[in-house]
Design a binder for this molecule. Structure first.
Ligand SMILES: *Cc1c(COP(=O)(O)O)cnc(C)c1O
Length: 372
């Protein structure tokens, strides 16, 4: 049997261990310390000098705290891109609020501005103005930044930018993770850089960042005794995993280049008419976290997936949209058919920054045999 090819596996640079050893040598084995500060600084430097970054235990925790800071409460409504991973939407429910799912558009596969505006108007007509919009740069492709932010301004609804999959992507030269009122990052094991598990919340001011740090460390007030006037969370990143993050930041741009080269390789070698790729619209730069292809039908996609599996190659259907998920079956939704079709026909191909030439050749040979 050929060795297993994973969809997107962790890729260490070799520099991570040094930071971890440092944490042990200095006994900073805690959810605070020099690696946490250092990791936050390198993210701030990477994203933009106007960003403030709080390192947390996960991207999901970051979305949760963004909702807390936007005062999302029991009975509120939050608009959310339906075509995404469940972690984008789950924290809405943690707050006792209702997710309102909005479909995608074909240019980016992300939240459709036209459907979003229709949804906003309809929710307002029905008597409730949504408290936030969660928009996602899925698979690294920037959403329609200008259009979404125009709507955010017109209707005065803040945007939470889910950049979990798009660290290293940009729009008109500006990095993803810097557009929303809040943005979130993820460093889970399969993301473009990983800390084994972790995330971050990006804020526009230092004051908000301090508030995030406060909430993520149990809302402990400055006092020798533990005084609490607010409900807190245990969401801060540990100094050990932050060490992995510092090592990973030294190779982030290299990893983006490698993932983009995977996309180019697939595009160059998979030229059958029945295989389509998502191109970058004008101004968009995708980190190509995962290369996805669209086939002509559900049956073809499934046959291909099973053939790859038989060859010990992992591939995965695109995210099953949230409006199709049993757990969200009662949530209101505004659909146009795009994400249903993407889910039916789309397949994510192995896209790791550690794929070898031999592995990439195995994958295209397998796919080309299937289509010939
Ligand atoms: C991974 C991911 C998250 C959640 O991040 P975690 O760090 O795994 O909690 C949120 N949104 C999207 C789109 C993701 O892919």
């Amino acid at each position: 049997m050929n060795s297993k090819i994973w969809l997107s596996s962790p890729h260490m640079s070799g520099k991570e261990q040094h930071f971890i050893n440092d944490a042990f040598a200095t006994n900073w084995v805690a959810p605070l310390g020099p690696n946490v500060i250092g990791f936050e600084e390198s993210l701030e430097k990477y994203l933009s000098e106007y960003c403030h970054v709080a390192a947390l235990s996960s991207g999901t925790a970051a979305i949760h705290l963004a909702l807390v800071l936007l005062n999302v409460k029991l009975g509120d409504e939050v608009l959310c891109q339906s075509n995404t991973f469940a972690a984008s939407a789950n924290p809405i429910v943690y707050q006792g609020a209702t997710p309102i799912f909005v479909d995608s558009e074909n240019d980016t596969w992300n939240i459709c501005p036209v459907t979003l505006e229709a949804a906003i108007k309809d929710r307002i007509n029905k008597g409730k103005k949504p408290k936030a919009i969660i928009a996602v740069h899925l698979y690294g492709m920037p959403f329609k930044v200008d259009e979404i932010h125009d709507l955010s301004k017109i209707y005065e609804i803040p945007v939470i930018e889910d950049s979990a999959e798009s660290l290293g992507s940009s729009f008109n030269g500006r990095k993803c993770g810097t557009f929303g009122d809040f943005a979130i990052l993820s460093f889970n094991g399969n993301k473009i850089i990983t800390t084994s598990g972790g995330g971050a919340l990006v804020t526009k001011t230092e004051t908000l960042k301090e508030k995030v740090v406060f909430l993520s460390t149990q809302a402990r007030e400055q006092s020798p005794a533990y005084v609490h006037s607010e409900i807190g969370y245990n969401y801060r990143m540990s100094n050990i995993v932050a060490g992995i993050g510092r090592g990973q930041m030294t190779v982030l741009d290299e990893f983006v280049a490698k993932r983009r080269s995977n996309f180019e390789f697939y595009k160059e070698h998979l030229t059958h008419d029945a295989i389509r790729f998502l191109e970058e619209p004008q101004g968009s730069f995708s980190n190509r976290w995962l290369t996805c292809i669209l086939t002509d039908s559900f049956e073809i996609r499934e046959e291909l997936r099973l053939l790859l599996q038989a060859e010990n190659i992992e591939s995965r259907p695109l995210w099953k949209p949230m409006h199709q998920q049993p757990v969200f079956k009662d949530a209101p939704k505004y659909l146009n058919g795009v994400s249903d079709e993407l889910f039916e026909k789309g397949l994510c191909l192995p896209s790791g920054s550690n794929l070898t030439d031999n592995e990439r050749n195995r994958i295209i040979n397998c796919i080309n045999e299937f289509f010939c």
